[in-house]
Design a protein around this ligand. Structure first.
Ligand code: TMP
Length: 204
């Protein structure tokens, strides 16, 4: 059964490692897996990603919101929808939930407006499952390596408000959702994630 799973959470929660674990587990269990990342994964998306994460590029909040939407729209229409139609299991590193959360912080744009704009950009595509990797911002910020991107450069209080917004908006993100405690050992995080995925893939 084609299934669309997204993972999200504040920076530093270990998303990339857990996505690798999830993809390899599903592949070993016979799924034809396609992994994408938002923003990115298409030519236009990769270019927009560079602009959007460059701390030196000044962008108005609404412009920023719409460029993230545009990148995702392109990825959905050229990659995700065809993959689901071919029976694949698609795993996306972030999705519309991140857009609603990150671009509503600051108050210029309301979450409800971003969900509405997102539904237009996504033409109704909603994930089957969204996994939220959750941990306090003061822990996650210590795990971020390398130079800070535009979002990360905003500090721990900002990151904690992002975390709270994720918890608030999660119920709207997907047909099913799960909050995974990402401050556990990585193997425990993987186990919790696979339990949630299994519930969606093999409903009783
Ligand atoms: P990441 O792919 O390494 O998580 O980095 C993407 C950054 O972009 C991250 O800080 C979250 C942010 N972001 C938004 O602000 N809006 C969006 O719509 C998405 C998908 C990501």
């Amino acid at each position: 059964m084609p299934t669309f799973i997204t993972l999200d959470g504040i920076d530093g929660v270990g998303k990339s490692t857990q996505i690798e674990q999830l993809c390899s587990h599903l592949t070993q269990h016979g799924h034809d897996v396609l992994s994408v990342r938002d923003p990115g994964s298409t030519d236009i998306g990769a270019k927009l990603r560079t602009i959007l994460l460059d701390s030196d590029v000044k962008i108005h909040r609404r412009t920023e919101a719409m460029l993230f939407m545009a990148s995702r729209c392109e990825m959905i229409e050229t990659i995700i929808r065809p993959a689901l139609a071919a029976g694949k299991t698609v795993i996306s590193d972030r999705f519309l939930l991140a857009n609603v959360v990150y671009q509503s912080i600051g108050g210029d744009v309301q979450p409800s407006q971003l969900w509405e704009l997102g539904n237009l950009a996504n033409a109704g595509l909603k994930p089957d499952l969204t996994l939220l990797l959750d941990m306090p911002a003061h822990e996650s910020i210590q795990r971020i390596q390398g130079p800070a991107d535009r979002m990360e450069a905003r500090g721990v209080d900002y990151l904690e408000s992002v975390r709270q917004a994720f918890l608030e908006q999660l119920p709207h993100a997907s047909h099913q959702t799960a909050i995974i405690d990402a401050s556990q050992e990585p193997a425990q995080v993987t186990k919790a994630m696979l339990t949630a995925v299994d519930r969606v893939l093999n409903p009783s």
